[in-house]
Design a protein around this ligand. Structure first.
Ligand code: ZN
Length: 445
């Protein structure tokens, strides 16, 4: 086969073991990243980026606290070393070292003894899921607090409690990672994920792992598009990147936010704000062709970083390809979104879908039929003898040739032809390659 990223085509269509092995490696990276206490700033982000750097050559940027970023400012940097609640017998009833979810993320430092009533004002639980610890944050209003299972909360008795949060909230930096892979074209595909959640797997370690492995694959390819990978804190990170890189934004033609890609649910695509962009059509086509259940939802202005990329001043063609959408599984933002909640098989399947999307984006070109008056004589060019027409597959190949010749008038991309003909994109692409080699087609974009 000729054409761009042929090896990706082989990887996703010919060797199932490849994807299973990659799923296992993606899972191993999640296990490595799981214990780190991440937030929107701080050492947890740096430690995470250092691990990603072992896989792909990201560039790390540090933006000082107070820097003006669009309508926002880079916040103070948060770091934490320890936190606990001790009861009056000195026993630790909540211990940050056992789970970083126990601390309200971005808690200000505190060390004092308090009574039960005051303590309860700073405790957060999930009465509906009494064994789980919720994940909560207080980034933009200074507060402190602990999160714990409701069952434990109900056992608290009157008395004096020692609370310690050994954290710092001071001037520092916001840190993010970026990888740019130069392709033939200056036009870019943006692939973004966030790295600000502590020990949570589907939301968000699965997205980090998927983009790390996707980047490692694309680094080995000759690409048509240039690819920009972002590993950023959610919301404030995308606002920072957009603010510092406004001159690059117009080069972004397509994009996806990767999140919640490791659970056992079926795939969900959240469309870009435009709703009918090429990325929207390509992802929908890949999901439809997969033959497995999927959902497509229209853009809405809450969610992840697509909110910023699709804000009206940028209006980028960025959607989000997920499995079960954030907020739609009970484990979301709780201690139950752990390493058992994600599976290597589903991580590998999500990566395969991303590769299929990229394969089509890379190859979705427009051609012009150079012999448009009547059908060109295929037999004279060896195309009938080459493809036979004896087997059913051969008939499909002839049909594909005829569709490509007929619709290659400059107004239809290969994806348009695949959709209209009902043939698979790979058959249409194969037919276009053959006709191009026989000088019957000219690439026009
Ligand atoms: Zn989240």
């Amino acid at each position: 086969m000729n054409g761009i990223i042929a090896s990706i085509f082989i990887m996703i269509h010919s060797n199932k073991n490849n994807m299973n092995n990659l799923g296992n490696e993606m899972y191993d990276l999640i296990i490595k990243l799981f214990p780190i206490c991440r937030s929107i700033t701080g050492e947890g982000v740096r430690e995470t980026l250092k691990i990603i750097e072992e896989y792909i050559p990201i560039k790390i940027t540090e933006v000082p606290t107070g820097t003006k970023i669009l309508d926002w400012n880079v916040p103070k940097e948060w770091n934490i070393r320890d936190a606990y609640i001790k009861d009056d017998s000195g026993k630790k009833i909540v211990d940050f070292k056992k789970s970083n979810l126990h601390v309200l993320n971005y808690s200000a430092p505190i060390h004092k003894k308090i009574g039960l009533n005051e303590l309860k004002e700073h405790l957060y639980t999930l009465p509906d899921y009494p064994d789980w610890t919720p994940y909560l944050t207080s980034y933009y209003s200074e507060n402190w607090g602990f999160c714990m299972p409701h069952n434990l909360y109900e056992q608290l008795h009157e008395g004096e409690y020692e609370v310690l949060i050994d954290s710092t909230l001071e001037d520092g930096h916001l840190t993010y990672g970026e990888l740019f892979i130069k392709g033939e074209s200056e036009d870019e595909v943006l692939l973004s994920t966030y790295l600000c959640h502590p020990s949570l797997c589907n939301d968000n370690l699965s997205g980090i792992s998927l983009l790390t492995f996707l980047a490692a694959i694309l680094l080995k390819e000759d690409l048509r598009y240039s690819y920009r990978f972002l590993f950023i804190p959610e919301t404030v990170g995308s606002i920072t990147w957009l603010s510092l890189n406004e001159e690059k934004v117009s080069r972004i033609k397509h994009g996806l936010v990767a999140t919640c890609v490791g659970d056992r649910g079926s795939l969900t695509y959240k469309k870009s704000r435009a709703g009918h962009a090429e990325i929207d059509r390509v992802v929908e086509y890949v999901l439809k062709e997969s033959g497995t259940p999927y959902k497509v939802v229209d853009f809405f202005p809450s969610g992840s970083d697509e909110r910023q990329f699709c804000s009206p001043g940028f209006n980028l063609h960025v959607g989000s390809l997920m499995r079960t959408m954030y907020g739609h599984f009970p484990e979301y933002h709780t201690s139950a979104d752990n390493i058992d909640f994600v599976s290597p098989l589903h991580l590998g399947d999500s990566l395969k879908k991303y590769l299929e999307v990229i394969y089509i984006l890379e190859n979705n070109q427009f051609y012009l039929n150079l012999s448009p008056k009547g059908e060109p004589q295929l037999g004279r060019r060896g195309l009938y003898s080459q493809i036979g027409a004896k087997k059913e597959g051969d008939t499909h190949e002839i049909t594909a040739l005829l569709w490509v010749l007929n619709l290659s008038d400059g107004a239809n991309s290969l994806l348009d032809i695949a959709i209209r003909s009902g043939l698979r994109f790979k058959q249409i692409k194969h037919a276009a390659d053959i006709l191009h080699n026989k000088n019957l087609l000219k690439k026009i974009s």
